[in-house]
Design a protein. Structure first.
Length: 340
């Protein structure tokens, strides 16, 4: 029997041979470290491919433990590129790495989201066999028919080289979503499921490492990988995009894409002060005098006008890690991985 098509070797990228100082100079890296076991050796075992998770993170302290817990049984190594924000994300990441014995390569840089993802591929492509795209606020199913590890079965038994998955979008805390989403069974359906503010359209979630197999087109608005080969598009979500009550982060997230794409000039708070949007508009109108006040007003308006309780019986059941947080009452803004 022929081995699965993820068992292969991709040529090294020049960045993989740079010293830490050279890498830092080239990619504006201000700090880097590693936690966990030594680097994985090349694998020819079809049952245990080397899986690298690409994580470009920002203010993720409240959600990162759930995110890591949901994939730690599947991922061999996490490449984390951290654009510094306002919370203690780095401390939470380290706590999770130590608690669960995770292999983590951690970089602090103000590179754009697009650059961070490409950088993560470039420094690992000579040994990674499968990539997972996972943000610090994205939680996968870790059990049942939609568990991420089931992707190996799709790759084993089909011609596919990437999987595109839908995603459930939760707002403010783990129990709310968009109130104007279509009811299940209503109009606006896409391949059997709604396409709205609750269930988002499919995007590349996991792919096999191939030379020039995946690109991020320059004319693409989103910083996502585009599959050049056979893709399996799933009609059900594999992951949830989540947030836990943190008004400042929720407001600043509205500015994040523009701030990142502009090369992160100054802090994101400074960007919010001078860039058209909720906070700068409120300041001009005299309705707010601080970023925190703007954040609280912004979130109050979002909850009032746009959000409703998420019904996991009507839509999709919570992933296991999210359910544990909800059962423990950890959706009110507490931090740390202890509940997991």
């Amino acid at each position: 029997m022929a081995p699965p098509h993820w068992v292969h070797t991709v040529p090294r990228h020049p960045d993989a041979d740079l010293s830490a100082a050279e890498l830092a100079a080239k990619h504006r890296i201000t700090a880097s470290t590693e936690w966990g076991p030594p680097p994985p050796p090349p694998s020819a075992d079809p049952a245990r491919p080397i899986v690298v998770a690409i994580m470009a993170i920002w203010d993720e302290a409240l959600t990162l433990p759930m995110s890591l817990e949901s994939t730690k049984h599947f991922v061999t190594e996490y490449i984390v590129v951290h654009k510094l924000g306002t919370d203690n994300t780095s401390e939470v990441l380290r706590a999770c790495a130590v608690k669960w014995g995770l292999r983590v390569r951690y970089f602090v840089s103000n590179m754009t989201l697009r650059a961070a993802r490409q950088f993560s591929v470039d420094i690992t492509r000579h040994y990674a066999q499968i990539y997972v795209i996972q943000d610090g606020d994205e939680v996968f199913y870790s059990g049942g028919p939609t568990a991420i590890q089931n992707s190996l079965d799709f790759f084993r038994h089909g011609p596919y080289e990437c999987i595109e998955s839908k995603m459930v979008y939760l707002k403010h805390d783990l129990r709310k979503s968009r109130k104007d989403g279509y009811r299940a069974g209503g109009p606006g359906r896409w391949h059997g499921f709604p396409n709205n503010g609750i269930v988002l359209i499919p995007h590349t979630t996991i792919f096999i490492n191939r030379v020039d197999g995946f690109i991020m087109p320059a004319d693409l608005a989103l910083d996502v990988f585009a599959c050049r080969s056979s893709a399996l598009i799933l009609n059900f979500p594999w992951k949830f995009d989540v947030s836990i009550k943190n008004p400042l982060r929720e407001l600043l997230r509205e500015y994040f894409v523009g701030w990142s794409a502009a090369g992160s000039p100054g802090t994101i708070e400074e960007w919010a002060e001078r860039t058209p949007g909720y906070h700068s508009d409120a300041m001009k109108a005299g309705a707010s005098h601080s970023l925190q006040q703007s954040a609280e007003q912004y979130v109050a308006g979002i909850i009032r006008d746009n959000l409703a309780e998420y019904n996991d019986e009507e839509w999709f059941p919570y992933p296991e890690a999210i359910r544990r947080y909800i059962d423990a009452g950890r959706y009110r803004g507490h931090e740390g991985p202890e509940v997991l």
